[in-house]
Write a protein that binds this ligand. Structure first.
Ligand code: ZN
Ligand code: ZN
Length: 412
């Protein structure tokens, strides 16, 4: 069993390096009931660190599933007003938000995708104000994971439930550097590496990226004034935090009208409790004009139909193939991990913070600059040891950024 000391180190890392909880600040935690022990440990430490309030939104896969199976349409299609108020209240108070994501990737596989898509849509619509706080770094927020039984057994199908959970703990602890003597220090060093890579890319100021791999031949324009980010972020109040743990990516935004060609997925995508696998998308002037999937094509279709922005790209992220997540050799069926094993792109909303002055622009200005908007932001993986990426400058000069899935550009 993963020992108490390790769990305490992880809880502290989530609070100090993840959301960087300040004295007198409130903390809202989203957590699975199955992870109650760990979540309570986080809450206890938060109080000890001087939190003024700790609120936990508990969730449970079984409860979610029973609701989808039995609830009348009007309940599925309605996001409760009090939940919106709860989120807005904490955000407006400047609370830190820690989300522990550990859902069974197959949870909703037998539920009608239309029902799931509707529920996802009303939830994102209802929380649009709250999301402005996170997507513009107005508050500090972080997403982490802990093992849960069903999820662990999806990753390790041949193991007993107990052994699967144990193996997943071991993998996570290593990937988030909690196995190191001082994880907080280890993350400082890691953040510096990512900072260097994003500085190099910002200096290069590429006009276009070209992706080539089996099934992939994609040209992607980057908007003028795009910014590469990665590793730690800084909130409006100047507090440094880590939105994702793990994180191995440097990321920016594609021009919403400037993507052409075809891209193939390289890992399964867990979207709202359903899997989409072995799929490809064809773009013309930024919009998906054709798609196919060996698994979950229906779910993909619903995602692409959600709104116009769901057919355009909002993120491009570079992750070398030798990242610790990739080295684990596991497929996690959980985007937080899988996206950090692999270069990825996202359908849907772009982070306005990836554009100079973007977080101060209104919808019309963002559109003019090529910044995509949508209710969705869905990352999917396109990296492998066979991926090559070229950078094209404004004057047409071309240079290799990635070769065989890893940096060809000097970013050290
Ligand atoms: Zn990303
Ligand atoms: Zn993303």
């Amino acid at each position: 069993m993963v020992n108490q000391e390790t769990l305490e180190k992880y809880a502290e890392l989530a609070l100090k390096t993840g959301v960087n909880l300040q004295k007198g600040q409130a903390l809202m935690i989203n957590a699975p009931i199955e992870g109650a022990d760990f979540t309570k440990l986080v809450a206890k430490k938060a109080w000890e660190l001087g939190a003024k309030d700790v609120h936990i939104n508990w969730s449970d896969d079984d409860l979610t599933l029973w609701k989808y199976k039995n609830a009348p349409d009007e309940v599925i299609e309605n996001y409760p007003e009090w939940k919106v108020k709860l989120h807005d209240m904490y955000a407006e108070d400047g609370a830190a938000v820690l989300s522990i994501r550990s859902t069974n990737p197959d949870l909703l596989q037998d539920i009608d995708p239309t029902r799931v898509a509707k529920a996802n849509k009303v939830a994102t619509q209802a929380l649009v104000n709250f999301r402005k706080y996170t997507m513009n770094d107005k508050i500090t927020w972080s997403i982490i994971s802990i093992p849960t039984g069903d999820w662990a057994q999806k990753i390790f199908p041949d193991k007993s439930r107990e052994d699967a959970i144990e193996s997943l703990w071991e993998a996570i602890i290593k990937i988030v550097r909690v196995d190191q003597l001082d994880p907080v220090k280890a993350w400082e060093a890691h953040n510096q590496t990512l900072e260097k890579a994003r500085e190099v890319l910002n200096d290069k100021n590429y006009h276009k990226l070209v992706f080539k791999a089996p099934g992939t031949n994609l040209e992607m324009e980057l908007p003028k004034g795009h910014i590469w980010k990665g590793g730690s972020a800084v909130s409006e109040q100047g507090i440094t935090f880590n939105p994702n743990m793990p994180t191995e990516e440097v990321f920016s935004m594609p021009h919403k009208y400037g993507v052409n060609g075809t891209v193939a997925s390289t890992k399964p995508l867990n979207y709202g409790g359903s899997l989409i696998d072995k799929f490809s998308l064809t773009f013309k002037n930024g919009e998906v004009v054709d798609f196919k999937a060996e698994q979950g094509e229906d779910v993909l279709k619903h995602l692409l139909k959600a709104d116009e922005g769901s057919r355009r790209l909002g993120e491009v992220a570079l992750v070398p193939h030798e990242s610790p997540v990739s080295q684990s050799g596991l497929i996690f069926y959980n985007t937080l991990f899988d996206e950090n094993a692999s270069c990825h792109i996202a359908l849907g909303k772009a982070y306005p913070t990836n554009l100079e002055g973007g977080s101060k622009m209104d919808a019309e200005e963002l559109d003019k600059h090529g910044v995509n908007d949508s209710l969705n932001h869905v990352d999917f993986m396109i990296g492998s040891e066979k991926l090559d990426i070229d950078g094209v400058k404004e004057d047409g000069t071309t240079e290799p950024i990635f070769r065989n899935g890893t940096w060809a550009l000097n970013v050290k």
